[in-house]
Design a protein. Structure first.
Length: 183
């Protein structure tokens, strides 16, 4: 049975493409896949790591993944790479910092790729130049995420740590996390 949404394309043999060129194309594509994550399958996080043939499988840790985090709420004068780097370093290991215009406007937002084990912060108080601001964090491509136990892999209604009631989430329990975490 053929799946209508899945298409295979036959690549034509080309006599001038050498094994070296083919390996280069594969290496470039592998790098692109690893750098453009996080990836998910059926909204479940898929952690991809670059392997080393000399390392045994049990030496790899699939506990951290890099997420793009939007840092919002800073004044325009404070949106620069140094301040974004400083704020993001409180979340986890900073891999990359970007400043991007939102909706084709001159207003920029700070966006940072941070390696972390789970989205644990909703924001942070930023103290710059003697003034304090609350800066919100929004996570791109956030997969199944439990808003109660802060774990990736299930939603609150399937949480084993904090039971889900048939009427919904218990109203007496504080909710620090919610859909507002998603960018």
């Amino acid at each position: 049975m053929v799946c209508p949404k899945f298409r295979c394309q036959h690549l034509v043999y080309h006599p001038f493409i050498t094994r070296k060129t083919q390996n280069l194309v594969i290496a470039v594509e592998k790098r692109r896949v690893i750098e453009t994550g996080p990836w998910s399958f059926v909204n479940n996080l898929l952690v991809l790591l670059e392997g080393d043939p000399d390392d045994p499988e049990h030496c790899y840790e699939f506990t951290h993944n890099a997420f793009w985090v939007h840092i919002l709420g800073l004044p325009r004068a404070r949106i620069n790479e140094d301040s974004i780097q400083n704020i993001a370093s409180k979340l986890g290991k900073v891999e990359q910092v970007r400043l991007e215009a939102k909706n084709n406007s001159s207003r920029k937002i700070g966006k940072v790729k941070v390696s972390l084990n789970c989205p644990s912060e909703t924001g942070i108080v930023v103290n710059m130049g003697g003034k304090k601001w609350w800066s919100n964090f929004k996570y791109e491509r956030l997969p199944h995420f439990c808003y109660f136990c802060k774990r990736v892999g299930h939603y609150a209604n399937f949480c084993q740590v904090i039971p889900y009631e048939e009427t919904g989430l218990a109203q007496d329990k504080p909710r620090r996390y919610g859909s507002w975490l998603k960018a």
